[in-house]
Design a binder for this molecule. Structure first.
Ligand SMILES: [Zn+2]
Ligand SMILES: [Zn+2]
Length: 329
């Protein structure tokens, strides 16, 4: 099969790879659409020890099942494979399973290819009326959905009158904003430094998108979602959040710095980290997308998988207005 193979820092080769063989209770998925994630970019730059070359990256996959009883079924893939019987898995926190695997990290190859294998329990069927391109957005949107679900219980109040700020207009930030709108939040602002992306997101979602430095109001947000995760964005989150407010941290930008622990203590600010989604969150997100509860989902662009290497460079150089590039094998 054809695949885009990560061969070393800042190097991707489009070529032949072995077609994967499904194991017991697994499906072979013929990939229609696969999104490029921030974590793929991280690996591409050589910053992820868990993803050594050579490796097929990519975990945001939608396609059709090939072979078996479900041959031809259209599906989107929850890439997080968990054990199903540990304490985390049996208490609805399966994303914290100590044995979790994700496709695109050894021992599982990823989705920048024509085929990938996945356990049968990880697929969600996609209605015929819904495009597989948009279905591949379920993964990043589910990250935002999960953060919003946790934020709701941390805030523990009527969501219709809170002020929410999302830092970062990538797919997870946009997914979080759309998930907030879905649970009734009315005052939502996305902070995004890239001008072209600001225009693209507001044109495709109708949400207000603001230059970070233009949001000068400290102490104003009940909820800040940091979908970037750099020292600078954590610093901003600590300023923007109001006393008694909540900061949800999704971004994996840099591991340390930026938190104003004194202010968080004196003002009783809740800070929590959030990683991916539970299997239930993933299904609920996909269902909300299918029912048109998360908008028209037009904030992506597509390119052929064969041109994937160029797409990575374009993302790196900040020249991509869309919140997501979806590659087509
Ligand atoms: Zn992702
Ligand atoms: Zn487990």
């Amino acid at each position: 099969m054809k695949a885009l193979i990560y061969t070393g820092p800042q190097s991707l080769a489009y070529g032949e790879a072995d077609k994967p063989q499904p194991g017991e209770n697994e499906h072979l998925i013929k990939i229609d659409s696969v999104g490029i994630c921030g974590s793929d970019m991280h690996a591409f730059l050589g910053h992820d020890d868990r993803r050594p070359a050579p490796l097929i990256l990519g975990h945001e996959v939608a396609g059709t099942i090939e072979g078996g009883d479900n041959d031809g079924c259209r599906v989107t893939v929850n890439p997080l494979v968990t054990c199903g019987h540990c304490q985390a898995c049996t208490s609805a926190r399966d994303n914290l399973c100590p044995d979790r695997q994700i496709i695109s990290m050894p021992p599982r190859e990823g989705g920048f290819a024509q085929y990938v294998t996945i356990p049968a329990s990880n697929i969600v069927h996609v209605p015929n009326s819904f495009s597989l391109e948009k279905a591949s957005l379920a993964e990043p949107v589910a990250c935002g959905w999960h953060a919003v679900r946790l934020a709701q219980s941390a805030l523990n109040r009527d969501m219709s009158n809170i002020c929410a700020i999302i830092i970062g207009g990538g797919a997870i930030g946009v997914g979080a904003a759309l998930s907030l709108a879905c649970v009734g939040v009315k005052d939502i602002n996305i902070l995004e430094p890239n001008e072209n992306r600001r225009r693209f997101i507001s044109a495709t979602t109708g949400l207000p998108v603001i230059k970070p430095e233009d949001w000068k109001n400290s102490n104003t947000a009940d909820l800040v979602i940091d979908a970037v995760g750099l020292e600078q964005t954590r610093k901003s989150a600590c300023k923007i959040v109001m006393p008694g407010g909540v900061i949800a941290h999704i971004g994996l930008g840099s591991p340390e710095g930026g938190l104003d622990i004194r202010r968080m203590t004196l003002q009783e600010i809740t800070f929590f980290g959030t990683y991916t989604y539970t299997a239930e969150d993933f299904r609920a997100t996909a269902e909300a997308m299918f029912q048109n509860k998360l908008g028209s989902l037009d904030w992506y662009e597509t390119r052929p998988l064969s041109q994937g290497a160029v797409a990575f460079v374009d993302i790196l150089q900040g020249t991509v207005p869309a919140s997501k590039i979806i590659l087509k094998p």
